[in-house]
Design a protein around this ligand. Structure first.
Ligand code: PEP
Length: 253
């Protein structure tokens, strides 16, 4: 039984005071929802304030990134141990990091190892570009990202994979639910090829890419999809709560 998980990736949005206000606006609605793991991924600078705000809550925090070294002369970076004091989860390999900051599968792999070493649950993002999809290479790209990004990783059921086709992120053009489900199945098969089949069955796979309160239901009812990584819509309190509510209701059914 996989517990559904919805994570809100705020990207580089909201100052600390705006972040606190946004969580205050969401919290009453979020607290009423059971049966879904609820995760907020604000910028690093807000994590401390939000950890305090959420201290009596089941809402969890995630960082949007980390560096794989434990400490040292890496100006501007944040270590796994630093993140672990504040978060349960960490997003690794988001397509924006791959595209704008040159993150490769090898770097993703190092980060996944480093996160697991300190007890952080990675949310590992994979997904093909429009170019690769049009070349008929979506499956090959995603299977390769899984194989290389998770090489040598001791997988556990708390780990999450987010299937996020790059062309669907922030574009208002979501994947079709059928295709998202098919890609999630492929991810599970790719995981089975590098781990025990039981782990592939237990790992949670999110869909991400222009998820809103209007389309979440179509994704969440699909067998292979265990939740969503939500960008833009997670910055609107009522919409994010609606996404959580629908997920709880439809996964229970
Ligand atoms: C994301 O940031 O991971 C994302 C899926 O963004 P959006 O929901 O805005 O497409």
């Amino acid at each position: 039984m996989r517990i559904p998980i919805i994570a809100g990736n705020w990207k580089m949005n909201a100052t600390v005071s705006e972040a606190v206000q946004l969580v205050r606006d969401m919290l009453p609605g979020m607290e009423k929802i059971d049966g879904v793991e609820k995760v907020i991924c604000p910028p690093f600078v807000s994590l401390w304030a939000l950890k305090d705000l959420l201290k009596n809550s089941v809402v969890k925090l995630a960082a949007q990134n980390l560096y794989y070294q434990e400490k040292g002369a890496y100006t501007g970076e944040v270590s796994p141990g630093m993140v672990r004091e504040l978060c349960d989860y960490v997003i690794i390999g988001h397509s924006e990091r791959r595209a704008y900051f040159g993150e490769t599968d090898e770097l993703v792999n190092r980060k996944v190892h480093a996160a697991l070493k300190v007890g952080l649950n990675p949310i590992v993002c994979v997904g093909e570009t429009l170019e690769k999809r049009e070349q008929g290479k979506a499956e090959e790209v995603v299977a390769g990202q899984i194989k290389n990004g998770l090489a040598g990783v001791e997988l556990g059921p708390t780990m999450v994979i987010a299937y996020e086709p790059v062309w669907a992120i922030g574009t208002g053009r979501a994947a079709t639910p059928d295709d998202a489900n098919r890609m999630a199945k492929l991810i599970r098969e790719s995981i089975a090829a590098i781990s025990a089949p039981a782990l592939a069955r237990d790992i949670r796979i999110q869909y991400g890419g222009s998820v809103t309160a209007s389309n979440i239901a179509e994704f969440i009812v699909r067998k292979e999809i265990d939740g969503a990584l939500v960008g833009g819509a997670s910055l609107k309190a009522a919409e994010f709560v609606s996404i959580l509510e629908q997920t709880a209701r439809l996964k229970k059914a």
